[in-house]
Design a protein around this ligand. Sequence first.
Ligand SMILES: [Zn+2]
Length: 91
Amino acid sequence: MTLADERIERLHALAADAASTGHDDRAREYVRLARRVAERNRRSLPRRLKRFSCDACDAYLRPGRNCRVRTQDGHVVITCVCGAQARYPYR
Ligand SMILES: [Zn+2]
């Protein structure tokens, strides 16, 4: 675990925390920062953060609040309130 990974994890936790208390804009900032740290250090985002953030608007996604989750043809389809969809194979 590198220092960058630790920073990413901390930003992830902050994003989750902000989102859970309704501070969506702040959560988005943390998601952006986490992505930036990951890019700059060539680290990949933790799987959970990757799945629960919107590629289009950087929102930290919370099912039932700002995104819908459906399963379709062996995939999980996550639709953000901004309209962007992400599909992941279902495990
Ligand atoms: Zn979005």
